[in-house]
Design a protein around this ligand. Sequence first.
Ligand SMILES: C[S@@+](CC[C@H](N)C(=O)[O-])C[C@H]1O[C@@H](n2cnc3c(N)ncnc32)[C@H](O)[C@@H]1O
Length: 284
Amino acid sequence: MNIKHKIIFGNSMSMNEISDESIHLIITSPPYFNAPFDYKGLFKDYNQYLGVISKMAKEAYRVLQSGRIFALNIDDMLVNGEKYPITADAIKIFQNVGFRYRDKIVWKKPDGYLRISKRSGVLLQNPYPMYFYPDNLLESIVIFQKGKFNYRSISKEIREKSKIDKKEFQDNNWHKTIWEITNVLPGSKLEKGVAAFPDELPYRLIKLFSYVGETVLDPFLGSGTTMKVANQLGRNSIGIEIIRDLEKVIKKKVNSNNIEIIERSNERYRFVTLDYIENKKKEA
Ligand SMILES: C[S@@+](CC[C@H](N)C(=O)[O-])C[C@H]1O[C@@H](n2cnc3c(N)ncnc32)[C@H](O)[C@@H]1O
């Protein structure tokens, strides 16, 4: 099987290169608003952020085949002491563009996960009421569907080739609404500064929601985790990423000689560079 991948360097608010109903599964993790460390000051305000999510969701609905799934890894974000209800707002946005809100899986990281700060330490220093700030170990994977899937549209041969290993499904607890998955460790060099999700996340989603030979889209490709796993599982993929400099990282991670690069040059939604992002963070 000739598996192909395509990286579009540009802004996923438009997906002009992708034709209507040509994608079989979308998996993505957008930036979490102005998350401290990763995206500090990237968006002017929360409304601008929701505008990006909304335009991306509209395009995603257009390119996704009827009956298919969009799995959105997202979480509420604490910025300067205020929690932004990103998950709830994203669900509303997706419903408004036509998606059906089908399920929510909670991704639980290991108990020792301390990426940014141990907020609960405040109470240990001040063991009195009103000093409680919990450490967050959770993110959501929200499952949306475009209409209803036609199970008869898949040939017997492809169904068998895509069969899910029942032992893996049960032994690794895929059947629950809590998925315990170890996060990408902070020291990881390849994913530095990208807030990558672990391979296991797209691995489960691709196996559960797509068939061999189909096409998976990630509109916020980052270091290319979705593309890497799609390649390993015999699925084609398309990724959209705004940071042009990530090409090397993605190519190294995916390790396929069938990657086409599309670089938007002079249209409205161009790519940006890592320097641009770093300067934005400094200005914030
Ligand atoms: C949370 S990271 C995705 C990480 C990815 N799942 C991985 O495993 O590496 C979000 C990515 O979206 C990119 N991005 C942010 N805004 C974008 C936009 N409007 N269009 C395309 N990519 C964007 C960021 O540069 C970042 O690499």
